[in-house]
Design a binder for this molecule. Sequence first.
Ligand code: ZN
Length: 493
Amino acid sequence: MGSTVRDAAAVVLVREAGRRRETFWVRRGREVSLGGGFYAFPGGSLDPGDRAMAAALGTEALRVAALRELFEETGVLLASTPFDSAAARRERRALLAGERAFAGAVRALGARLDPARLDAAGRWLTPDFAPVRFDARFFLARMPPDQVAEVWPGELVDGEWVTPDEALNRWSRAKALLHPPAKHLLQCLRDAGPPACLARMVTPADAIDFVGQRIDFQRGILFVPLKTPTLPPATHTNCAVVGEEELVVVDPGSPYREEQAKLAKLCHGLRSEGRVFREILLTHEHADHVGGVEALRRELDVPVRAHRLVAERLEGEVPVDGVIEPEERIRLQGALSLSLRAIHTPGHARGHLAFLEENSGTLLAGDLVAGVGTVIIDPPEGDMRDYVASLRKVRALGVGAIFPAHGPVLPDGPGLLDATLAHRVERENRVLRALAACGPSTPGALVPHVYTDVAESAYPMATRSLLAELRKLVQEGRAVADGERFRLAGGGS
Ligand SMILES: [Zn+2]
């Protein structure tokens, strides 16, 4: 994988009052590329300036990064000397505006940083499916009693003190998405305060080489990105294991042995904990969604089900044992019960199903939308009119987060669907304008006029999408097909 790894640091701030233990968590803005919409601990990437400061203080650069990020994001400054709080607010503002470096701000306050107030609380590396990976060091620190933690809107939407119990509760109810390190650290903090919690914090059970092996951004849905021969820029297909006691696997798509072994290992681990696999569900028949079905079916000895049209397409290639009817509800028993409702969403493929987890509103979207790259609508299998209708149908369901088959989880489902629909309308308007300007034309001739934003190497693919767009206009009586050529309806030549 060619993804870059960035050093990063984050701080788990803790305050205790009597028996009540709280930590300060922040929510990242939805537009932030990694972790947008997720709850997390204050933190961020190492800055070049951190190294120089660290050398002067005789400490590690990551500790300085942690102290700087904590100050930038919450206004809390861990110092060994007192400083003026009004001046600190001014310095923080100047720092965020880029008018000041951290070293300058600390100097102006006459404060002395205190890296010793940070206790090492573990290291986590972003899995390699992400375009940007963070090698993050976590630190635990007690909240200085004379300071106030406060988020100023920006990259962070909000921040608040929360008990670990309440935080995990919100995660359980899918009201807060958490990355594996945040979940682990909250669980440790729920069971013990500092310093007792530290030993467990640095030895997470489900991590190998600092990479979390069980990615449940939401309770009851394990996110398992596996390498597949899919369409660039995507490199993985996200398989999902859904349920707490009764489990289903959605789209085990990888044809690669190593990836299949990874999935099998995860599944056997879950089984050894007493969980029961019920079946494998498919969103659609494309190779990057079904490449690992046969291997997993043999491994787990469970049936495979899909939409009737998908089962027909796969005949002779991948055995499908049963049909999923549109609107069917697949109920999974457990401490947390889940209900997957099959939503027929044709457009990308005629038998395409998305699965709506009804208690949380989370949508396992398959290829209805993409977290990376775009969804291909390739006629005659692909149908733009159906596709737009499917997007509208799902939008009306009141979905929350969307787990697409490719790319990162999208916390703001409605926002994403609106943006995708707006993009379709915009494309359609471009097609109409191109038809008006060029007169009767083949899709290939129209591509440079419509897809002004794509490289020529992508023209063949764009031509297929354009054909889908044109066929939609014909179906709607807004364009006419004359052999290979298309023109506007109503005499527009
Ligand atoms: Zn597909």
